[in-house]
Write a protein that binds this ligand. Structure first.
Ligand code: HEC
Ligand code: HEC
Ligand code: HEC
Ligand code: HEC
Length: 348
């Protein structure tokens, strides 16, 4: 973020995944300009980060502050014992901060983690927010829009969408208007080489750390979870015993190599990829007791035929339709998918 020239950012629900102490470490180590008016240190009651920053661009001063939804679904990793912060009501602090910013800066920008509807309400209720940048991805407003006197811009989830807006000011710093657009950061937009390298290094580091963790995990933990054994069992452990011919055919399909594809990309620990490149990923308990690294890697039998525990002998089990495929062969990941063409390549 510092390399990209980020002037300010605020905290969202996912930023506390490793606990507030870890986040504080990152903020300090990198000098990140993180602002928020309603996150408090649980012990001291002080604001967790600075309430605002003031930045100057072309002689115009902007006060930038941030706010998070007190009802935000803040999840922490199961290693994290204490979140370490509490979230207060935005309206307790925001009016006073806005007043202070209007004394010190020409314009006020609010970084809002309140969601679309709550952000609109806030802009209507509080006069004096000139611009609002929104996080929280559930709904997109593709283009910038105005609520009262506030211009609202919503960038996209994980940078998949970009908002590029320019503000125009007169010689006397009077705001004249904005122009710009929002667009998808698809394949047509080349990656920045230094950022791509940074990302690559980051993925490799995660992959390595994950391998060390997997190696350190006690073998017993892999099979201990009852919910796991009641759901998916994995092909080698079960199906192959009675359906060896199908197994032999499957081993030669792309599905049997889906996990290796992730390893090649240093992405074998990325939950976003595992969903489609492993078996029953969404049913695996989140407590770390089961790892897809072992018996559930690849696109196995149960992906198409259903959980082993549902296996009946009355011809009702394991029916496959085009919908089975489309859950993974979607527009984004399999643009050339054609059922008639793909099906013969996988049938046994
Ligand atoms: C759980 C997700 C999932 C489901 C369900 C699924 N696939 Fe796949 N499929 C994949 C993945 C992942 C790959 C890529 C494997 C790799 O890494 O090479 C793939 C690859 C393929 C390929 C090879 C494509 C190529 O370019 O060589 C075919 C053919 C295919 N799938 C057919 C099907 C059909 C037909 C169905 C439905 C009956 C289906 N798949 C259901 C995830 C799935
Ligand atoms: C929604 C399901 C889905 C998700 C999520 C997904 N993939 Fe795939 N992936 C597929 C399917 C389906 C194919 C096969 C596409 C085809 O050939 O038509 C595929 C193919 C691939 C291939 C090409 C394999 C080869 O060598 O031919 C790679 C590499 C890959 N995926 C990596 C990833 C990575 C990395 C992620 C996470 C960032 C990811 N995938 C997330 C479904 C998915
Ligand atoms: C990508 C989806 C897919 C995967 C993965 C898959 N199958 Fe199938 N399987 C099918 C389709 C499609 C049929 C054809 C019958 C149908 O349309 O329901 C089928 C049929 C079968 C049948 C019925 C007899 C036959 O050969 O037609 C058995 C048994 C079977 N599969 C077992 C397995 C086993 C065991 C595995 C794992 C080693 C497996 N399947 C993996 C899609 C899949
Ligand atoms: C103990 C042996 C056994 C195991 C283990 C087993 N099956 Fe079967 N399966 C059968 C028998 C027997 C049939 C009925 C075959 C027949 O009538 O020709 C069958 C039928 C099927 C069918 C065809 C649908 C039907 O009802 O006729 C599919 C698909 C299938 N099995 C998939 C699987 C998958 C996937 C697994 C692993 C999760 C699995 N089987 C594990 C014995 C087994």
């Amino acid at each position: 973020m510092m390399e990209m020239g980020c002037a300010a950012t605020t905290v969202g629900a996912f930023d506390f995944f490793r606990g507030s102490e870890y986040l504080k470490g990152l903020i300090t180590d990198y000098g990140l300009p993180v602002v928020s008016v309603n996150v408090y240190d649980e012990l001291t009651g002080d604001l967790f980060v600075e309430p605002y920053v003031i930045v100057e661009r072309a002689g115009v001063k902007f006060g930038i502050t941030g706010v998070i939804d007190p009802g935000a679904d803040i999840r922490t990793h199961n290693d994290v014992e204490q979140l370490g912060v509490i979230i207060g009501e935005p309206m307790e602090t925001l009016p006073a901060v806005l007043e202070e910013l209007h004394r010190k800066a020409d314009y006020v920008i609010l970084l809002s983690q309140l969601g679309l509807e709550q952000s609109k309400l806030l802009a209507e209720e509080l006069q004096g927010i000139d611009f609002m940048l929104m996080g929280v991805a559930a709904q997109y407003a593709a283009e910038a829009f105005e609520v009262g006197h506030t211009v609202v811009v919503q960038p996209g989830y994980k940078g998949q969408r970009m908002s590029d807006y320019r503000l125009q000011f007169s010689e006397e710093s009077a705001y004249l208007g904005y122009s710009g657009r929002a667009f998808d950061l698809g394949d047509k937009i080349p990656s920045d080489a230094s950022m791509a390298l940074l990302l690559k290094e980051h993925k490799i580091a995660i992959e390595e750390a994950n391998k060390l963790r997997a190696a350190a995990r006690k073998p017993a933990a892999q099979t201990a979870s009852p919910s796991y054994t009641e759901e998916c069992l994995g092909a080698e452990a079960t199906c192959a015993r009675c359906h060896q011919p199908q197994m032999d055919q499957w081993v030669g399909t792309a599905h049997a190599n889906a996990f290796a594809s992730l390893e090649r990309e240093d992405q074998s620990a990325n939950p976003e990829c595992l969903r489609c490149h492993t078996t029953c990923y969404l049913d695996i308990p989140l407590d770390g007791s089961v790892s897809v690294q072992n018996s559930l890697r690849n696109v196995q039998c149960e992906v198409c035929h259903g959980k082993a525990t549902d296996h009946a002998r009355d011809d009702s089990y394991g029916k496959v339709t085009v919908a089975t495929c489309l859950s993974c062969h979607d527009e984004k990941n399999s643009p050339d998918f054609d059922y008639a063409e793909y099906l013969p390549q996988i049938t046994h």
